[in-house]
Design a protein around this ligand. Structure first.
Ligand code: NAD
Length: 486
């Protein structure tokens, strides 16, 4: 422990080849209370990243041939420990990222469920035996681990995303170097600590924390990494794709969104308002699946905007750990500046600010922003085209369903899309014709299950899907073997 004067702050080191290492640290600041340091986290160098990759490479032959019972047991024990400690880990998540405590605990439970799911998958990996077109020959199709996996994660789901990348990587016999976002490394550190104590052999899972441009880039530049799975912004995602092409290596890239929620005249107004409120503003709008474009038909438009504004006015923004808080703070000063910039851009573009958008004072100094709703938005406006990644949404008025669908699809992104309607015909048509990887009917665009595929289209995603059984597409490589029957 290191004393900071007012209270003690734990030092968290990197894990390389089974040893905790690191001598320079950066403080992790609580966005609900800028005077509070959540912990001190080691900053790795490019050399540390190389050492971690070498350790993962050395551990690969052993782990890739390890018994499936051992892998399953470690993943199951990890799930159970995360679940046992859900209140403590959920509070850590809320302190470092700013989600409300109930959101933090829910995300922690989800991480446990992911480890549990892949503890089962470790026992279920199957191949195929086929007859050959050549008599007397047998064909087997099997899946083998890919090798050393580089995992690079964002700050906004600081435990769920590392879990849904680390668990399948280990389940299928890969070794790992993981680099969490510098703003919120504590949850990844905690998962790595649990897996390490639950018996992972040295080098199988390595943790390097620190700057993306140095540590993350070192993973991208290394020819010894066999696959990179990344979640984050489009700009960084493009770098991951380019490096993948350079090294002829597999990439799995999940990026931003500008997700539409269509509200039709025949929607249940109460359902539509709650779906929009949740999808646009919960988790402070900092979700890649957030509904930032509310596309509303003429007949319900005015009632919808008025009812949503009324509901927004009741939302309690505040310290993430206070029980009455419904919207926690923005994650850091940089993101807050981006949100405020876009609110100013929206006004300058001629959108009408219906409510919110101002900074809020609370007893502690934090990044508190009232969720903002714009009306009279046009599809061409920057606030309707670019990802803001904060509690800011805009309403676009449309004539009818056909125009709503065209506006919904008129984006470079394609992660999640939603519709609120009581019409079976429109719901079915929207499910078939939306250009998104995930589609929700009378449900928020954000909020997904852990056992089914997750991912998008267009600029939102590149490479195979994440989660569920589909995770095997990225984390394994297929081998076709032929044998003469003798
Ligand atoms: P980011 O791209 O800034 O950072 C993501 C990670 O990449 C961090 O760990 C960062 O350190 C690292 N990084 C930065 N520069 C790098 C480089 N040159 N080389 C290698 N790694 C580097 O994104 P962020 O601000 O942490 O996260 C927000 C973004 O993530 C939003 O765009 C959001 O939509 C997206 N996101 C997408 C999904 C999804 O599944 N589609 C989920 C969550 C978040």
């Amino acid at each position: 422990m290191k004393s900071t004067g007012s209270f003690d702050v734990a030092l968290h080191r990197n894990l390389i080849g089974g040893s905790w290492v690191g001598s320079t640290f950066l403080p992790n600041i609580n966005p609900s209370d800028l005077s509070q340091v959540v912990g001190e986290f080691a900053t790795a160098t490019a050399d540390d990243a190389q050492a971690a990759i070498a350790a993962a490479r050395a551990a690969f032959p052993g782990w890739s041939r390890s018994g499936i019972l051992e892998r399953s047991r470690i993943l199951r024990d990890t799930a159970q420990e995360i679940l046992r400690r859900k209140d403590e880990i959920g509070a850590l998540l809320s302190r470092e990222e700013g989600k409300t405590l109930s959101e933090g605990i829910a995300e922690t439970i989800r991480a446990a469920q992911i480890f549990e799911f892949f503890s089962g998958e470790a026992l279920r990996l199957a191949g195929e035996v086929l007859a050959s077109v050549r008599p007397g020959v047998e064909v087997q199709v099997t899946r083998e681990p890919l090798g050393v996996i580089g995992i690079i994660t964002p700050w906004n789901f600081p435990i769920a995303i590392p879990a849904w990348k680390i668990a399948p990587a280990l389940c299928y016999g890969n070794t790992v170097v993981v680099k969490p976002a510098e703003v919120a490394p504590g949850c990844t550190w905690t998962i790595v600590d649990i897996l390490h104590r639950n018996g992972l052999p040295p080098g199988v899972l390595n943790l390097v924390m620190g700057k993306g441009s140095m540590v993350g880039q070192a993973l991208l530049d290394s020819p010894d990494v066999d696959g990179v799975t990344f979640t984050g912004s489009v700009g960084t995602g493009r770098r991951v794709a380019e490096a993948g092409a350079r090294h002829m290596r597999r990439s799995q890239i999940e990026m931003g969104g500008k997700n539409p929620l269509v509200v039709l005249d025949d929607a249940d107004l109460g359902v539509a308002v709650e779906v929009a409120l949740n999808g646009s503003f919960y988790s402070t709008g900092q979700r890649c699946t957030a509904s930032s474009r509310l596309i509303v038909t003429d007949g319900i438009h005015d009632r919808f905007v008025a009812a949503l504004a009324d509901r927004m006015a009741t939302l309690r923004v505040g310290h993430a750990l206070e029980p009455e808080t419904q919207i926690g703070p923005v994650v850091d000063a940089g993101q807050l500046e981006q949100d405020l910039d876009y609110i100013a851009i929206g006004k300058a573009e001629g959108a009408r600010l219906v409510g919110g958008g101002d900074l809020i004072e609370r007893p502690t100094r934090g990044h508190f922003l009232a969720p903002a709703l714009f009306a009279d938005c046009a599809p061409r406006m920057r606030i309707m085209r670019e990802e803001i990644f904060g509690p800011v949404a805009g309403v676009i008025r449309v004539r009818d369903y056909d125009e709503a669908l065209a506006v919904a699809n008129g984006t470079e992104f394609g992660l999640s899309a939603g519709i609120c309607t009581t019409s079976l015909k429109h719901a079915a048509h929207f499910r078939r014709n939306t250009e998104a990887g995930m589609v929700m009917v009378n449900l928020p665009t954000a909020g997904v299950d852990f056992h089914v595929p997750f991912g998008g289209r267009k600029a939102s995603s590149f490479g195979p899907r994440e989660q569920g059984r589909y995770a095997a597409e990225f984390f394994t490589t297929v081998k076709t073997s032929y044998q003469a029957a003798g």
